[in-house]
Design a protein around this ligand. Structure first.
Ligand SMILES: [Zn+2]
Length: 254
């Protein structure tokens, strides 16, 4: 599709090798909304709903997913994980777990960290929205727990992708936020404190039994990469939202 040729997506190197799973995250590139919204995918940021609908259409088509077959959480910075098998909107949770093939899990982000977890042996998928609050409450570990206890997954075989998010280069936090994390997950430069959200989530996954070599971490910081990403910290109330989407493929190879 010519009109979609300028859509730019973030993918995972590890996961793109496996035909039984599909994952992609949108950027701000390739949308119809006026800048700075670009490819904004949220109806909740004051964007024209017709533009959002077209942006979503472009994103879903570009990755061959159906919006009508998607499970979308109403995120609330909690550590609540919901196991789902049907498309629809899910109240008051920040992560979804599924074993249903063809069901697309979604999280919406702009600086918060999208965490994708996949157990190839048991075919269990999770997608998590991890901001500092959810991370401090252990949401990534909670997702692993649901995958293991409710779906029979095994953490040592899981593959994880930690997407673009606010990076330790830019993510300044107050002392009360920093105190919710271990010392080595916060950097001090001059008199300021910077949270390493990716490390905090990576640490959490390792503590639940994932092996370090199965965790892929995107190098991108959303705050200081304005050409690619929406950033709530950078653009405040003007900021659009991106989506990460993941799906267990029905018939790998077809
Ligand atoms: Zn940065």
């Amino acid at each position: 599709m010519a009109e979609m040729s300028n859509l730019r997506l973030i993918t995972s190197e590890k996961l793109s090798r496996d035909p039984s799973i599909r994952f992609a995250m949108s950027t701000r590139i390739g949308g119809v909304s006026p800048e700075p919204l670009g490819l904004n995918l949220s109806y909740r940021v004051g964007d024209d709903p017709a533009n959002v609908a077209e942006n979503r259409n472009r994103f879903f088509r570009s990755i061959n997913f159906l919006e009508s077959e998607s499970a979308i959480p109403h995120q609330c910075h909690s550590s609540n994980i919901q196991r789902v098998s049907q498309p629809g909107e899910y109240e008051a949770c920040d992560g979804l777990v599924t074993q249903a093939k063809g069901l697309t899990l979604i999280v919406t982000v702009a600086d918060c960290l999208p965490v994708m977890l996949y157990d190839p042996a048991k075919s269990v998928l999770a997608l998590v929205h991890a901001g500092w609050r959810g991370t401090a409450q252990g949401i990534a570990a909670e997702a692993v727990d649901v995958m293991v206890k409710q779906c029979g997954a095994i953490s040592s075989g899981m593959i994880a992708f930690l997407g673009p998010s606010a990076g330790v280069c830019c993510y300044e936090v107050g002392r009360e936020v920093a105190e919710a994390f271990s010392l080595d997950e916060v950097e001090q430069r001059d008199d300021r404190l910077y949270l390493n959200l990716k490390k905090a989530n990576c640490d959490q996954l390792i503590s639940t039994g994932l092996s370090k070599e199965n965790i892929e971490i995107s190098p991108f910081c959303t705050i200081c990469t304005p050409q690619l990403f929406h950033s709530h910290r950078r653009e405040r109330n003007q900021s659009g939202r991106m989506m990460a989407a993941a799906c267990l493929v029905n018939h790998p190879g077809s």
